[in-house]
Write a protein that binds this ligand. Sequence first.
Ligand SMILES: Nc1nc2c(ncn2[C@@H]2O[C@H](COP(=O)(O)OP(=O)(O)OP(=O)(O)O)[C@@H](O)[C@H]2O)c(=O)[nH]1
Ligand SMILES: [Mg+2]
Length: 294
Amino acid sequence: MFKSGFVTIIGRPNVGKSTLINTIIGEKLSIVSCRPQTTRNNIHAILTKDNYQIIFVDTPGIHKPRHKLGEYMVKSAQEAKREVDLVMFMTTPEEEIGKGDEMILEGLKNSEKPVFLVINKIDENNPEIVAKALEAYSKYMDFAEIIPISAKRKKNINTLQELMAKYMPEGPKYYPDDMITDQQERFVISEIIREKSLKLLSQEVPHGIAVEIISMKKNQIGTYHIDANILCEKDTHKGIIIGKGGRMLKKISTYSRQDMEKFLDAKVNLKIWVKVKKEWRDSKFMLKELGYRE
Ligand SMILES: Nc1nc2c(ncn2[C@@H]2O[C@H](COP(=O)(O)OP(=O)(O)OP(=O)(O)O)[C@@H](O)[C@H]2O)c(=O)[nH]1
Ligand SMILES: [Mg+2]
């Protein structure tokens, strides 16, 4: 019997949802950074084994939105819950349940779908705190399964995978064996630039960044020519992104190109410009333009 289904990961920002997806798939599909609110869209990743296929939906961290982009992000995450066969609620070891988690759990309490409790980052927390967290959270509601893991250090990932497979219904192979995402190439390319920006830039700049792919063409010998804009919210931010003598932009560009070449398996010629679009995160029009649409 072949099993298949959809699984989503829901949780606060920065708990490691995207890291887990990448660990399971074995490739960097969903961008990861040490900053909260990294993921902005629901990202699909496909895992195919001999006897099952799971389609994962990585979601933006649930938080109190402060602009329209935030509202879009939280809505995306909330919607994912409804369309799946299994929900993984991810958190980190805390002795007490915080306000953010309480709000998310409230929305999961009466879920018709099974909900797993996944406690991540056990590698950087002592076992006592992990045990306390397991106790506190499992008291809060009835979870179908409870699994402490480390997405980064790959601890308990196989166990988690086997448990997920157990809960999948009988179903077809939705996607071919070698397909790991249904994300458009352009989207992945723009996310690579956003990830490098998040990594390299400091302070408040990265949160106000969006990436727009202006053109993407492949020439006869297979080289990609990619033109992109980095949008930011202030002139001062533009200066920081470009850096002294253009050094920061060069760095972002070089690291992005390296990842793109790996992803596209081809040579890439990349040009990036920086543009200021004031308050784009609150502009319905701009959000739509940038693909943050319902
Ligand atoms: N020590 C440790 N760090 C981890 C682990 N998993 C993820 N991280 C780190 O936690 C940070 C956030 O990881 P992400 O995967 O981007 O978190 P996320 O939940 O997707 O965050 P948002 O997209 O902002 O909601 C990164 O710096 C990761 O390297 C883990 O198992 N152990
Ligand atoms: Mg994420």
